[in-house]
Design a protein around this ligand. Structure first.
Ligand SMILES: C[S@@+](CC[C@H](N)C(=O)[O-])C[C@H]1O[C@@H](n2cnc3c(N)ncnc32)[C@H](O)[C@@H]1O
Length: 237
């Protein structure tokens, strides 16, 4: 999706991310001083959203007083709209790039299911609403997009297994990249235990959204499977 289009739909991500502000600040407080060195903050699954740029501003401000340089690295897939991200980070109101003179921004065009940075170099890791994207499509889940009520139990088991393995791989790579004692903060879509009624309502809603999406995009465009509200899947164009 082109950058400007994405930002018409990122309010939900923005609100969910705001809820983590206090956690991010606490994590930044615990980063030791490195007056002669660079501190690296990683944003895994950045998209083109202005959400991270604003959310990270007070965090980066705090870190900038502890280091010679703070660099925020935005990680996303190679096909991300990198130019739109760069413009958003530079121009959006309240962006972290303007909080201090020793702050810079960098881009990392690779999957967060791989190692993205050298071992023990990341001082703070952050991921906002991105881990619903699985590492690969699940053929059993259907052609383009699907919901639990449109899948058999075999397909649901495959998706759960893939999601579990992806989470393990994601954490293993972050464990390598993060400095000892550094924090990783993740917001992810999920259903809480006992929310079956809400789950059913979401299933219905998502089924309609999937139908609309399928109509709009046609068939055969699937590339990766998206895990949606912990039990839904969609295949990305
Ligand atoms: C819903 S957007 C979240 C954007 C932003 N973090 C926010 O909070 O507004 C999810 C992003 O994750 C990215 N993504 C999906 N799978 C990925 C992967 N394997 N590696 C890196 N980024 C990925 C997508 O390309 C998309 O830009």
């Amino acid at each position: 999706m082109h950058g400007s289009e994405y930002r018409q739909y990122d309010q939900m991500q923005h609100r969910a991310n705001q809820a983590t502000q206090a956690l991010l600040l606490r994590a930044a407080e615990s980063v030791p001083e490195h007056k002669q060195h660079k501190l690296l903050v990683a944003d895994y699954g950045s998209s083109v959203s202005t959400s991270s740029a604003q959310l990270l501003a007070p965090v980066v401000q705090q870190l900038a007083s502890k280091a010679a340089l703070v660099s925020v690295a935005h990680v996303d897939l190679p096909e991300n709209d990198w130019q739109a991200l760069s413009e958003a980070v530079q121009s959006c109101a309240g962006s972290y790039v303007h909080v201090a003179s020793n702050v810079s921004s960098q881009q990392c065009a690779r999957s967060f299911y791989t190692q993205c940075f050298p071992a023990a170099t990341v001082s703070l890791g952050w991921s906002g609403i991105a881990l619903q994207w699985l590492s690969a499509s699940i053929p059993q889940a259907g052609h383009l997009c699907c919901t639990p009520s449109s899948m058999d139990s075999g397909a649901i088991s495959k998706i759960k297994a893939q999601a579990q393995e992806d989470w393990r791989v994601f954490l293993a790579h972050r464990a390598t990249e993060l400095k000892p004692g550094a924090h990783l903060i993740v917001t992810a879509l999920c259903l809480l235990p006992g929310e079956s009624t809400l789950g059913q309502a979401l299933d219905q809603l998502n089924r309609q959204l999937c139908d609309a999406w399928r109509l709009q995009l046609g068939h055969g465009l699937g590339k990766a499977t998206m895990l949606y509200s912990s039990q839904q899947t969609m295949q990305a164009p």
